[in-house]
Design a protein around this ligand. Structure first.
Ligand code: SAM
Length: 283
C-alpha cells in the first residue's frame, strides 16, 4: 500500500504512522505547540482569511475529497508560494489529526503570534480585554470571538492561562484567533505596566459597587479586566482598576459565566460605536 507519494509539491499521505502526521497530532499538547511555535486551525474559509491577514502557514493538509476544488487549489498554491508543505490525506488521517469523526476538508498549521507589550498602543476609544488566569478553553475562544465582533483591539492574558492556541480554543474562536493581537504577562508585570497606562481600567467583580450601565465608556481607551472563573479578580488586581463594575442579577445564580459577563460588558462599552450599518461603524 502506498503510504506517501509525491506529485508536484503535494505529498499524499495515507498512513497514520507517517512522521508528518505524527508531528501534527502531537500539536494537541501545549508543550509541542510551544516548542514548535505553531498551532492548528481547521476550515477552508478560516485558512483563507488567515492568509489574507498575513499569517504564516507551515502546512496545509487537505482531504482527497477536496481534490479539484478551485479554492483549495488556490490555497495550496499560496501555501507553496510561502514555502509551506502541502499534504493530501485520506479520511482516516484527517479524522486522526483533528480528533473528529467529521473533520473539515482542510487543516492548516500556522505560526503562533504573540505581541510584545512595548507595541501596545491604545488610543481614542480603543477597547482591550484583559483576562486573569482564564482556565476554560471554550470561554477563552468565545471571548476572543466576542471581542472581535465588537471591534475590540486585542486581548491581554494575565497570569497562568489556558492556551489560546489549543485546538479547542481555536475552534471556539471561529476564526477570530487570527483577528486579534494577543499579549501576555504575569500579574506582577501587569501591575507594573499599569502605572504607565493612562486610559481606564474597568474591572468586573461580584462585589463591584458600580452598576456597569452607569460608567462613561467614552472616556477611553479602556481595558476591561475579567476575573478567573473560580476565584474572580484577586485583591491586588481589583485594587489596580479605576472602577469595579457589577452586572446586576435577580435570580438564584451566584454569578454569570465569564464569557457571558464579558459579552454583556463589551456590548455596553461599545454600544455607542456599534451600528447595524457597517459603513457607519466607528472604530
Ligand atoms: N466565584 C467567583 C467570584 O467570587 O468572583 C465567580 C467568578 S465569575 C464565574 C467569573 C468572572 O466573571 C468574574 O470574576 C467577573 O469578572 C465576571 N462576572 C460574572 N458575573 C458577574 C457579575 N454579575 N458582575 C460583574 N462581573 C461578573
Amino acid at each position: 500500500m502506498t503510504t506517501q507519494k509525491q506529485h508536484g509539491q503535494v505529498k499524499e499521505i495515507t498512513s497514520l504512522a507517517n512522521p508528518i502526521i505524527k508531528d501534527m497530532k502531537s500539536l494537541s499538547l501545549k508543550k509541542n505547540r510551544d516548542r514548535e511555535g505553531v498551532f492548528m486551525a481547521e476550515g477552508l474559509k478560516l485558512i483563507i482569511d488567515a492568509l489574507d491577514l498575513g499569517w504564516t502557514i507551515r502546512t496545509l493538509l487537505f482531504s482527497k475529497a477536496g481534490l479539484g476544488n478551485p479554492l483549495i487549489e488556490k490555497t495550496a498554491a499560496r501555501t507553496k508560494a510561502s514555502g509551506g508543505l502541502i499534504i493530501e490525506a485520506n479520511q482516516k488521517v484527517m479524522e486522526s489529526v483533528t480528533r473528529r469523526d467529521n473533520p473539515q476538508m482542510v487543516v492548516g498549521v500556522f505560526e503562533q503570534r504573540w505581541r510584545d507589550m512595548s507595541t501596545f498602543n491604545a488610543k481614542g476609544e480603543d477597547v482591550y480585554v484583559a483576562l486573569d488566569r482564564i482556565r476554560d478553553p471554550g470561554n477563552l475562544g468565545t471571548i476572543i470571538r466576542t471581542a472581535d465582533a465588537v471591534g475590540a483591539k486585542g486581548l491581554i492574558l494575565v497570569g497562568d492561562t489556558t492556551d489560546p492556541y489549543s485546538l479547542e480554543t481555536v475552534r471556539a474562536t471561529m476564526g477570530s484567533i487570527f483577528a486579534l493581537p494577543l499579549f501576555k504577562m504575569s500579574a506582577d508585570e501587569f501591575l507594573k505596566w499599569r502605572t504607565g497606562f493612562h486610559g481606564q481600567i474597568i474591572g468586573t467583580h461580584l462585589k463591584g459597587s458600580v452598576d456597569y450601565r452607569t460608567i462613561d465608556y467614552k472616556k477611553g481607551p479602556i481595558i476591561l479586566f475579567m476575573g478567573n472563573e473560580q476565584q474572580g479578580l484577586p485583591d491586588n488586581l481589583a485594587d489596580s482598576c479605576d472602577q469595579l463594575a457589577r452586572i446586576p442579577q435577580a435570580g438564584r445564580a451566584d454569578s454569570l459565566n465569564l464569557a457571558v459577563a464579558t459579552g454583556v460588558m463589551l456590548y455596553e462599552i461599545r454600544r455607542h460605536n456599534l451600528t447595524l450599518d457597517p459603513r457607519e461603524a466607528r472604530s
